[in-house]
Design a protein around this ligand. Structure first.
Ligand code: HEC
Ligand code: HEC
Ligand code: HEC
Length: 289
């Protein structure tokens, strides 16, 4: 069973893997490494008719960094707030709409409010890269465009870090639950510019010895869609499950047994006292090695 599951997982990984992040440029040009102060000011002018002032106009404390708002965020810096337009007026809203980048899903974002919905995780993968860059120019899907001219090495290293991929979490989860028979990680999270799952490749190919000793792996594949696993229903009562599994359907019987057994494999439940284990043949003998 475990072998079949692992093979299934590997197959899913191979078919769902798309190669490294695409770096094609979006609507706004990438932030330039060098420009004059006057050029940068033009790319902030319209924005600053509403976003009047802040502690650091470039988001950097160093005066050596010359950037306009639109270099990082995109948007149209040539749109100005009419001096008399109050934030509640239609005129102000028209200017805001013309200057800002619009989301694909305005209702889900409560556009134009900046108040974010509670969970934006999968929503971000469906959004346009231009809007993601507008909200957060440092998002890894678009950071190359907003920050890459000056920070490419950091971006490339940071998107492969454990903090970004949570690879160790998935490795531990897969090994401890018997999904994968080894402790080295092969899956991690990364996304392309347009929100597709991405495969990460290491820049220096490790030898098998380096992998064994230091856990440096040649690549991380995207996680498979969870739908490939029939979810075990832990709330199914074992008597009901056994009663509904007909002997003429071996597949459903196997599944029922697996579900029931998984209950008895929980670390806190002593196997002998568990009614599930008592009723389902073979449960007590399951081992995780
Ligand atoms: C007409 C006024 C106006 C102009 C021009 C304007 N903004 Fe805004 N912007 C606002 C207001 C008001 C908000 C906050 C909306 C809210 O939360 O209700 C905002 C919000 C934002 C946000 C946060 C968006 C979010 O959903 O988190 C960003 C980023 C931003 N503006 C960047 C820019 C940039 C870059 C420009 C220039 C290209 C610009 N704005 C031009 C008025 C303006
Ligand atoms: C070096 C690139 C860079 C420049 C230049 C820059 N920003 Fe930002 N801005 C960012 C990043 C990165 C964030 C953080 C987004 C986050 O935390 O999600 C941010 C956040 C913001 C936010 C809050 C967004 C939110 O989701 O609530 C606003 C508003 C904003 N910037 C407006 C401006 C304006 C106006 C200018 C020009 C005066 C400007 N920014 C210049 C990179 C930049
Ligand atoms: C035009 C080049 C340029 C771009 C584009 C740029 N940076 Fe920087 N950044 C710098 C330089 C130069 C420094 C070092 C400043 C120093 O040492 O004082 C720096 C430093 C930083 C630091 C360290 C803290 C600080 O303020 O010194 C952070 C964090 C940072 N950048 C984030 C970003 C992010 C995120 C983006 C894109 C949204 C970005 N930068 C885009 C040039 C740039």
């Amino acid at each position: 069973m475990r072998g079949i599951t692992a093979a299934f997982l590997l197959l899913a990984l191979l078919t769902s893997a798309t190669q490294c992040r695409a770096a094609e440029s979006g609507a706004a040009p990438p932030a330039p490494m060098k420009q004059t102060a006057a050029e940068a000011a033009l790319k902030s002018a319209g924005c600053m008719s509403c976003h009047t002032t802040t502690d650091s106009l470039t988001m950097h404390t160093s005066p050596g960094v010359t950037l306009g708002c639109a270099d990082c965020h995109g948007g149209n810096a040539g749109v100005f707030r009419a001096a008399v337009a109050l934030p509640t007026s239609a005129e102000y809203r028209r200017a805001l709409d013309a200057a800002h980048v619009h989301p694909r899903y305005p209702e889900e974002w409560n556009y134009p409010s900046s108040v974010k919905p509670p969970r934006t995780y999968t929503l971000l993968n469906r959004e346009s890269p231009e809007f993601i860059r507008f909200l957060n120019p440092s998002d890894y899907r678009v950071a190359r465009e907003a920050c890459g001219a000056c920070h490419l090495r950091i971006i490339v290293a940071a998107e492969r870090s454990l903090m970004a991929t949570t690879a160790m979490f998935w490795a531990a989860g897969a090994y401890n639950n018997g999904i994968l028979p080894f402790k080295h990680t092969i899956v991690g999270e990364a996304y392309t510019r347009d929100g597709q799952p991405a495969k990460l490749l290491t820049p220096v190919m490790p030898t098998p010895e380096v992998t064994r000793r230091h856990g440096i792996v040649p690549e991380l594949s995207p996680l498979p869609s969870w739908e490939v696993f029939p979810p075990g229903d832990v709330f199914v009562s074992s008597s009901a499950a056994v009663a509904t599994s007909s002997p003429s359907s071996p597949r459903s019987a196997t599944r029922t047994r697996r579900v029931s057994c998984s209950g008895s494999r929980s670390r806190d439940a002593p196997t002998s006292a568990s009614p599930t284990a008592a009723r389902v043949p073979g449960c007590g003998s399951q081992s995780r090695s």
